[in-house]
Design a protein around this ligand. Structure first.
Ligand code: IVH
Length: 669
């Protein structure tokens, strides 16, 4: 390769890695498995080692990812949160050990070997024994303040017992969601026609960044603590002391750690962990080996990205070979076509696997997966299988690339690809597959909450032609329902009643239930709070929609596009004719008050009001509280230790109030 070509290859790898970093850290929607990601990084690192002159400063191999989002306060870690070097090879683990032996000039080094938890990194700060803050890793230097969400975790004491603790201590850990809870949430989402989370880690990453702690509380987050950040004054001699002390403080530590002397004991402990790990509540993808002595850790120091005193040995993901017996398309609620591989059933990490997602057209072309191919499958986060690669040596001469169909498998409509989107879609709104998904979504708990209208019932209603559009639900009679399988008189009556009751649901539920692209529960609430009338939303211009706090360009465009379609306006009209409420009576009253029309953002700690009290006061006076500062914000109510939101308010010239000013404002108006 010429140096120009090498440079190009490296740039391509860097772009690819950055894209996957963004998918993983910010969007919590990775497209590839961790081992695949590690392979990309390894490939880049190898090239960089050979051509150091071609390495820019900002290469992703030297930086940790970034999870920060606009809606959260950022907080600077007292001590940076670093990443770990990782390896899949025993030889490299031994090399890590030899480096430290050379550095300290002695063989008898003690290490702690503990599980590597596949969760979402968090740093907890305790001041004088009180839990004060939880922050994500962010870019390693500063992260998002997720304290309110972390406080929903059961079993995390807010005050350490006993009287012996450091003034200030940052404790590092991982937040995770157990497999049972993951399955429960996905089952619920499936019933509701929502996209499924690929694995517990993605679900966890999405959950810690939800804006509504109540919603977070509905998903059982858990936590396990493994590391020590800033600590003042010095409190521990060894990492093993720290682990020991966690238990005394009633904090959830790792399931098992072992002190190992010398590399052979280290290796034995690593292998033992590989055996034990399936019994832990969290997913483990490796072992972390750390120097036990904290003063030696300090002496060893770290590189820009990772400490020299620790390494992660990653267990190889369990892989299996099997044959692709077919490839089919799944049609989503908005018409997205997802290719799925039907596999010859194969045992993998304890379960039988017979399907794997192929994500989208680009992905299936990139991997060139064909029917009849032998493929290697792997479990990402030990849950959902993915096709890693095709075993080309086993490919038949007769095989042909899989042609992505030009037509929807359900309704034969010609498929389309919207500019700027990866997804291929079926544009036919009456496509039975879409109709089924839309109805399930409309009836789901997060929307109109129609009890008894589950998947099986919806499928039958559509199949028998009893329901084609959402309003048809309201015309169903008891007699019609009694013709369905397993539907006796009682069930039919109950369902008719549940459908009738749904007419009076809050406006945001109706908006959400329409299934407008990009409009989830939060945007629906924002729209309902701001317009309180579906007609006004339907008639709003893109600019008017954009003026709503929380509504960005993509959502505004999507809403405007939805209501520009005649059939969608007719649908709303048909719902109204059948008695579905398109306004909120209660909200209209609540909105009148001295602060009505004013938007507030809260930041920092107020001297006498809690956050909840401040929000309640604002809302009772007709105002609104939102998460992030923008030009549309009227006031930022700032307390002590206010962070980035205050800076942003200053930059944008938004009025800033302290508690006294806030009380004055209330009194004056
Ligand atoms: S120690 C200075 N120990 O894995 C960095 N990290 O891939 C020390 N992780 O950033 C990290 N389990 O978020 C450590 N037992 C464990 C861990 C662990 C999971 C995470 C952590 C780290 C990432 C690196």
């Amino acid at each position: 390769m010429s140096s120009r070509e090498i440079e190009k290859t490296m740039e391509k790898l860097r772009a690819e890695i950055r894209r996957h970093d963004d998918l993983y850290f910010r969007k919590a929607e990775p497209e590839i498995t961790d081992p695949e990601y590690d392979r990309l990084k390894r490939e880049l690192a190898d090239l960089e080692a050979r051509y150091p002159e071609l390495v820019p400063d900002d290469t992703p191999t030297r930086r940790v990812g970034d999870d920060r989002l606009e809606a959260f306060e950022t907080y600077r870690h007292r001590q940076p949160m670093q990443s770990l070097d990782n390896t899949y090879s025993e030889e490299e683990l031994r090399e890590f050990y030899r480096r430290l032996v050379r550095l300290f000039g002695r063989e008898d080094l003690a290490f702690v070997v503990e599980p590597k938890i596949d969760g979402v990194a968090v740093s907890l700060t305790f001041e004088r024994g009180r839990f004060v803050r939880a922050v994500t890793r962010g870019n390693g230097i500063e992260g998002d303040d997720i304290t309110r969400n972390v406080k929903t975790i059961h079993g995390l004491p807010h005050r350490l017992p006993g009287g012996r603790f450091p003034e200030i201590i940052e404790i590092r850990g991982e937040i995770f969601i157990g497999n049972d809870e993951f399955e429960r949430i996905n089952r619920e989402r499936e019933e509701q026609g929502l996209a499924l989370y690929a694995n517990p880690r993605n679900l966890t990453a999405g959950t810690v960044k939800l804006l509504d702690p109540k919603e977070v509380g509905r998903r059982r987050l858990r936590i396990v603590l493994h590391g020590l950040g800033y600590c003042e004054p010095r409190f521990f001699e060894r990492l093993s002391d720290f682990h020991e002390t966690l238990a005394g403080w009633k904090l959830p530590g790792v399931d098992r750690y072992k002190v190992a002397n010398g590399i052979d004991e280290v290796w034995a402990a690593v292998e033992e962990l590989d055996q034990l790990r399936h019994g832990f509540a969290y997913a483990t993808d490796g072992a972390v080996v750390k120097l036990d002595s904290l003063s030696r850790q300090e002496e060893a120091g770290s590189t820009a990205k990772a400490p020299r005193w620790a390494i992660a040995y990653k267990f190889s993901a369990e892989q299996a070979e099997t044959v692709v017996e077919g490839i089919f398309l799944q049609v989503g609620r908005t018409g997205t076509l997802t290719p799925v591989a039907a596999l010859r059933p194969v045992k993998l990490a304890g379960t039988t696997v017979s399907r794997a997602t192929l994500h989208n057209r680009d992905e299936i072309q990139r991997k060139d997966v064909r029917v009849g191919d032998t493929v290697v499958v792997e479990k990402a986060g030990d849950i959902i299988p993915a096709v890693v690669e095709v075993v080309l040596e086993k490919r038949s001469d007769k095989s042909r690339p899989w042609p992505f169909p030009g037509h929807c498998p359900e309704c034969e409509s010609e498929v389309i690809r919207l500019p700027g989107e990866v997804a291929i879609r079926c544009p036919n709104l009456s496509c039975p597959a879409q109709v089924r998904r839309r109805l399930r979504h409309y009836a789901s708990r997060q929307c109109m909450d129609i009890e008894g209208l589950g998947e099986a019932v919806v499928d039958q209603l559509v199949e028998r032609g009893l329901v084609e559009r959402i309003p048809d639900l309201y015309d169903l009679t008891r007699e019609q329902l009694m013709t369905l399988d397993k539907f006796a008189e009682k069930a039919s009556e109950n369902l008719v009643r549940a459908i009738e009751e749904s007419k009076g649901r809050e406006l945001w539920r109706l908006i959400h239930g329409l299934g407008i692209q990009h409009i989830g529960a939060t945007a629906s609430r924002d729209l309902a709070a701001s317009f309180n009338d579906l007609d006004r939303i339907a008639n709003a211009s893109e600019e008017e929609l954009l003026a709503v706090e929380g509504i960005g360009e993509i959502t505004a465009r999507s809403i405007a596009a939805y209501f520009s379609e005649k059939q969608n306006r007719e649908l709303v009209e048909a719902l109204r004719e059948r008695g579905v409420h398109t306004r909120d009576a209660v909200a209209a009253e609540k909105r009148d008050g001295p602060l009505s029309g004013k938007t507030f953002v809260l930041t920092g700690t107020l001297p006498s009001l809690t956050r909840q009290e401040a929000s309640d006061t604002i809302e009772a006076a007709g105002g609104r509280v939102t998460g992030s500062v923008s030009k549309k914000t009227d006031y930022v109510l700032a307390g002590e230790e206010a962070g980035s939101k205050l800076d942003k308010a200053r930059k944008l010239g938004v009025a800033i109030l302290d508690e006294k000013g806030f009380r004055e404002l209330l009194g004056r108006t």
